[in-house]
Design a protein around this ligand. Structure first.
Ligand code: APR
Length: 270
């Protein structure tokens, strides 16, 4: 591992445009379950039942919500409320502060890259702390202090089938429109993809961190970087998911490997 970390550090040290692409694995050490690891969320919930676009529309039409969706929302609130940036997130924030990392493209909705200090974060699957107005499309960020009481009240209304209560929780936009959580459900279009593709194409070194690459179009991004001539480094706890693309693959936890890379860069005064 020592040599692989050294090799990754030297590739990153020479980068002019380092871009990171992250998945659920980066947040696993913050206590947020991944989706496809054994025992992960999609082992226990049906993604189309709990995370399909019609859950939102049926919610706001006062239709029935599957009980599993209530369980899923409750589990996500429990883990997200306790989740904070882990050493992997902090290392990426550090790489930006060192003037080395240009942007993070993430599939995660947990806001932890922003909390770790990264400023250019492209969230292709949305952000659970952001509301989107169904009328004017305006966006509103919620603080932790605002999001979780709202979320727990929603779970209570879902459990009791109090549809009026649900509509009353839906925050109002300044335009008077009803808002929904700004996350991309299955079957809905992803967000900010043109910007994500442009970032991937601009990279000369592209990090693939903690993703199985199972979901498109996000999983095309490493290919865009490769075609544009970037060197690709993958860090994944269980193996290499982009074997035909990566120049360097490290099997390890991002919360352990990324801080060692940053330490190596500091030692060499990058
Ligand atoms: N460090 C590095 N990698 C890890 C760690 C860790 N600590 N823990 C798990 N992993 C790896 C797993 O080996 C797996 O390859 O992270 C990956 C997580 O894969 P998924 O659970 O499929 O998550 P992700 O790739 O982000 O899924 C993409 O699918 O369901 C949708 O919207 C959802 O954004 C998600 C998308």
């Amino acid at each position: 591992m020592h040599d692989l970390v050294e090799e990754a550090a030297s590739m990153i040290r020479g980068a002019k445009n380092l871009v990171a692409f992250t998945g659920a694995g980066v947040s696993e050490e913050s206590g947020i379950p991944t989706f496809r690891d054994p025992g992960g969320l999609w082992d226990r919930f049906d993604p189309y039942e709990v995370g399909g676009g019609d859950v939102f529309s049926s919610l706001y039409r006062g239709g029935a919500i599957p009980a599993s969706a209530t369980g899923f929302v409750s589990e996500m609130l429990t883990v997200l409320e306790k989740a904070h940036p882990n050493p992997g997130h902090t290392a990426l924030g550090e790489l930006e502060r060192m003037g080395i990392l240009r942007s993070v493209i993430t599939q995660n909705i947990d806001n932890l890259h922003r909390e770790a200090g990264n400023s250019l974060v492209i969230e292709v699957h949305g952000n659970i702390y952001r509301l989107a107005c169904l009328a004017c499309g305006g966006r509103v960020y919620l603080s932790r202090e605002e999001l979780f009481p709202l979320g727990w009240k929603l779970v209570e209304c879902l459990r009791s089938g109090d549809m009026q209560g649900i509509i009353s929780i839906a925050s109002r936009c300044l335009c008077g429109g009803i808002c929904r959580i700004d996350v991309v459900a299955f079957g809905e279009p992803v967000q900010d993809m043109p910007r994500a593709v442009a970032e991937a194409k601009s990279a000369d070194v592209f990090l693939i961190l903690g993703t199985s690459g199972a979901v498109y179009p996000a999983a095309y991004l490493p290919e865009y970087a490769k075609r544009a001539g970037a060197k690709l480094i993958e860090i994944n706890a269980t193996g290499c998911y982009f074997p035909e693309l990566v120049d360097l693959g490290i099997v390890g936890k991002t919360g352990e490997v990324l801080p060692r890379i940053v330490e190596r860069l500091r030692e060499r005064g990058s």
